[in-house]
Design a protein around this ligand. Structure first.
Ligand code: PHE
Length: 339
């Protein structure tokens, strides 16, 4: 009998169960009314009286060990079951919804990247500006009719503080803090008091470029803009410069690119001209250099400015400008692949 008890003790020590049901089956098998312990007690009855004391102790110890083991197994499966409810590490994760970059950000980054490769560094300035940086330093006389070109938002309490109507103000901020050579690209939001429609908005985005050094010529400007147009719209893109007027550049020009939708043959997008206007540019007026503390005898420079919405429309044919600021996720999702 002693041997049998020892065998059982070893067996009990190795008992395993993976759920409550299995624990219950083990309990019945060992401790149930017709269980192994019961058989053992039956056999104990016929043991010789002189052996009873020692064997009785052994059987008691075995029963105690068994009860303890069954309780342990019960606890273990309960803990495992609870953990399973809280976190299932094997479950596939919920799909994470990724956002997209705004199309204007995508295009802005692309423009800035192209000019960064040409050695332009990024410069930014405030959207709430003073009259000096937006107009006076850019050669707009107080009564200059050109001020009417851009319908300015004024801050009521301070007529000299305005929302910048073009990013040319950043040119002024760069010139007042840096010495030539200057080569900067300035992206940013600008504001104009215009009625909101499919073709106009009270705020939009521009990228301005400024290069000032000794011997900078119109040829340099043209070459850089050609390279930009071809990087942005494809190697077959052609450019065309038309004389224009800006107070801060002289001479000034507007640049068209060959319509990349019809390849210059003429379509409704380019109004059957084969060309679409994309930016304004020119040689920095010597008066602007002087107003900003740069010797115009020693240095010359060029500047250009373009609307990011315009470039984005050309690339992605967005028909209505309002789409850019409505934050309709269906519209934004369309640019997922461009991210
Ligand atoms: N600031 C001009 C505008 O807002 C664009 C421009 C920039 C033109 C630089 C020439 C040179 O329309």
């Amino acid at each position: 009998m002693t041997h049998k008890i020892e065998l059982l003790a070893a067996e009990i020590a190795n008992l395993k169960a993976s759920n409550t049901e299995e624990v219950e089956q083990l309990r019945i098998k060992y401790l149930g009314r017709k269980g192994i312990m019961n058989d053992l007690m039956e056999a104990f009855r016929s043991v010789a009286p002189e052996e009873k004391k020692v064997l009785g102790q052994k059987i008691n110890a075995l029963k105690q060990g068994l009860t303890q083991k069954i309780n342990e197994l019960k606890e273990n499966v309960a803990v495992e079951a609870n953990c399973g409810d809280a976190i299932d590490l094997t479950r596939t994760p919920y799909p994470i919804k990724l956002g997209t970059r705004h199309p204007l950000t995508i295009v802005k980054n692309e423009i800035v990247d192209i000019f960064a490769r040409l050695g332009f560094t990024l410069a930014e300035g405030p959207e709430v500006e003073d009259d000096w940086h937006v107009y006076s330093s850019m050669n707009f006389a107080d009564d200059h009719p050109a001020r009417d070109m851009q319908d300015t938002f004024f801050i009521e309490a301070r007529p000299d503080i305005i929302l910048r109507s073009h990013t040319s103000s950043v040119q002024a901020r760069v010139m007042e803090t840096q010495k030539p050579p200057i080569r900067v690209i300035c992206p940013g939001r600008v504001y104009r008091n215009e009625a909101i429609s499919a073709r106009a908005h009270c705020f939009f985005h521009q990228v301005e470029g400024l290069y000032i050094d000794t011997n900078v010529s119109f040829t340099d400007l043209k070459q850089v803009l050609l390279l930009f147009a071809q990087e942005m719209f494809g190697a077959e893109t052609q450019i065309r410069l038309r004389p224009s007027y800006f107070p801060f550049t002289e001479p000034s020009a507007e640049m068209d690119i060959s319509c990349h939708l019809c390849g210059g043959k003429g379509c409704s997008f380019c109004k059957h001209t084969g060309w679409v206007e994309i930016l304004g540019c020119g040689m920095v007026d010597p008066a602007v250099l002087e107003a900003n503390g740069i010797n115009s005898k020693e240095y010359t420079g060029y500047a250009f400015g373009m609307g990011i919405e315009r470039i984005t429309n050309l690339k992605y044919q967005v028909k209505d400008l309002r789409m850019f600021s409505e934050n309709d996720t269906r519209f934004l999702d369309e640019f997922k692949s461009a991210n």
